[in-house]
Ligand binder design. Structure first.
Ligand code: CMP
Length: 140
């Protein structure tokens, strides 16, 4: 599956603002197939572990608090060259720098509350997918 999947989160800001539907529509229109999806509220331990790569960054604690502030949608998406295509669809981490028509340009309000997460490599797509989904929970 390397190269064909990416992992995404619709973050608490976007879920709480009722933007899940429009974001899922953009994902569908961009040609992605949803192969796994859950609505959940992350525990503090889950959020700390998921973002452990950023643990030395000044924004880490605020990021963890934000990610547990409300429900999120976690999902695995499939398409050829999924990681790159999804990162183009969502736009830059900072919405002020995101291209017009991207998910973050439309729905993000700050670099932290940036509506969606998307894996940054095939390796992380697999790691992040495995973090939230068992093999049996994927319709691959
Ligand atoms: P994400 O794609 O989920 O990956 C790491 C997250 O950390 C990122 O989106 C933002 O939500 C957050 N983040 C990254 N850089 C900063 C920053 N400079 N200040 C605050 N939050 C940030």
């Amino acid at each position: 599956m390397n190269g064909e999947i990416t992992f995404s989160i619709i973050k608490p800001d976007a879920f709480g603002s009722g933007n899940t539907g429009p974001i899922l529509a953009m994902i569908h229109e961009a040609g992605f197939e949803i192969v796994a999806l859950k609505l959940l509220r992350m525990t503090r331990e889950q959020a700390k572990s998921f973002y452990a790569i950023h643990k030395d960054r000044p924004f880490y604690n605020d990021l963890v608090e934000f990610m547990i502030s409300g429900p999120v949608i976690v999902m695995i998406l499939r398409q050829e060259n999924a990681v790159d295509k999804f990162r183009k669809l969502i736009g830059a981490t900072d919405p002020a720098k995101a291209e017009p028509g991207t998910v973050r340009k439309r729905f993000a309000s700050s670099v932290q509350m940036n509506a969606v997460h998307g894996s940054d490599s095939d390796e992380n797509a697999l790691r992040e997918s495995n973090f939230f989904f068992s093999e049996a929970e994927r319709c691959l």
